[in-house]
Ligand binder design. Sequence first.
Ligand code: M6R
Length: 614
Amino acid sequence: MCGIVGYAGKQSAAPIIIDGLRRLEYRGYDSAGIAVHDGRGIEVVRALGKLRALSDALAARPLGGSLGIGHTRWATHGRPSEENAHPHVAGQVAVVHNGIIENHAALRRQLAADGVRFASDTDTEIIAHLVDRALKSAPSLFEAVRAALAQVTGAYAIAVLSKAEPGTMVAARHGSPLVIGYGDGELLCGSDISALLQHTRDMVFLEDGDVAELKAPAGGAPAARIHTVTGGAVERPVKRIDWSPTMAERGGFKHFMLKEIHEQPDAIAATLRGRLDLEGGDVHAGEIGVSAETARAIRRVYLVACGTSYHAALIGRYWIEALARVPVVVELGSELANRAAVFFEDDLVVAVSQSGETFDTLAAVKAAKAQGARVLAVANVLDSAIPRLAHGSLYTRAGPEIGVASTKCFTAQLAALYLLAVYLGRRRGALDDARGRELLEALCAVPGHIHSLLGDADYVRGVATKLVDAKDVLFLGRGYNYPIALEGALKLKEISYAHAEGYAAGEMKHGPIALIDAELPVVCIAPKDASYDKTLGNVNEVRARDGVVIALATRGDEAMHDLAQHIVWLPDAPETVLPLLTVVPLQLLAYYVAARKGHDVDQPRNLAKTVTVE
Ligand code: M6R
């Protein structure tokens, strides 16, 4: 949560920082600010609300200078307000920060006792004061930041400027992401790759405990050095990123979410690329670090995730149990943190996370690793915290996902988990090559099926008009379709703000049937699969109580045609790949309801895309 951008070079810093913040706004958007060193001193402009408000403030008060830092905020300490917006200034120093300083209360008391007066309620301001104080005896901003950070505990990514050093920015990370970009005559830092891609593809991912000094002196070549907080210099490899800047643009779509829904065929194809042995019915996945011997020795797979990624994990359980014949547990990262969870050395713990940064999922990974379990990350963001910590990674290759509501990363996660299930199944002897081939061929056909589902987007838009005024919507499904019901409900609630609930269809009689009347739309996920007859029974029960049924059904299903008021037709695809298809109309449905309500689809209220706090 919160996005940071820093620039040190020859160009005017403010427009570059604002452009970078625009690409990070998904991380938080309740206030924003910028500090620029103009050669004489540091000027700060901050504004409450989205980045647009900051841009307007800058139009009225432009900042000149080629060194600067900026921030877009998701409030943790102190309500959203201009005073609490970053950068925070103390004496000579300006700081932007993402994360939480855990010992902020003790440090605040200490500083207050020494006469420091605070201008905000944030934990960040404490860092600014600590650096400013350290500057009085430290030889440079770099050393002052290191001295200050030695006193704080918690998670941070920071960028710092000092009035006394007009060509220097210092950046540091511990537990929150920070990337350094090496441009042409310029150095940048940012919370993620997408903020820097317009300027460079050569990036260094700072490690926890790293402090970087980025110098771009007037008339001189830029130079960077990295030390640890308490130790000496460290070398970090420069990585060439293969994402293009246009991948993080809307490309003619009204919202990123709609673009990302349409990118799903490509995201899945990219996730499969180079990993399939179609002839042998097998999966190549050396990067997961699970040998054939280890695969056979696994006694339990433990999937852990939050939000949409948790729903992907729930579907992963069906596949891994069915195809690899190994018991699977699925757990919410946020719940796991509340238990003394037990892991074994022969567990394979799979952490599923688009961002690779989610606090609770990361905490679960740490707990599992500490108990000796093998950890595999299924993540989209390269080199993010979870894959760094895991023993192996199976990256989804969905490209940058900007919309807060996750869509293409969900289906890419499903593709990756399907691959994992086949990989384990082959090595554990649960699948022969013919079945492996059949499963992988079905997966290869998925991008084509999604293309045809997207061709019906206009029909879904029409159905969405029926849900615009609904206060409550129920989503029902059985088996693989149950997590899809949960995901359909989550998508609808997070962007349309309607109350939506996903339910296992078999549980309907145990409670939710009491809700059904002519006012309640019920979305039934009912393709022709093994549980179809039972789900059809539920649809009958809903209709018998005047409920409004919106069905997802296999093309040609006449029984459903006669029952449901609205039908979105699904292709007649093998049952195992259905979750990759059924979710698509539900994403579109949520999108069109929210867009019709005029909501800010890509930045729904109160949410942030990357949840790096507990
Ligand atoms: O980055 P992660 O996949 O770990 O994020 C998990 C959830 O925060 C995320 O899926 C969230 O639920 C999305 N807003 C769903 O659209």
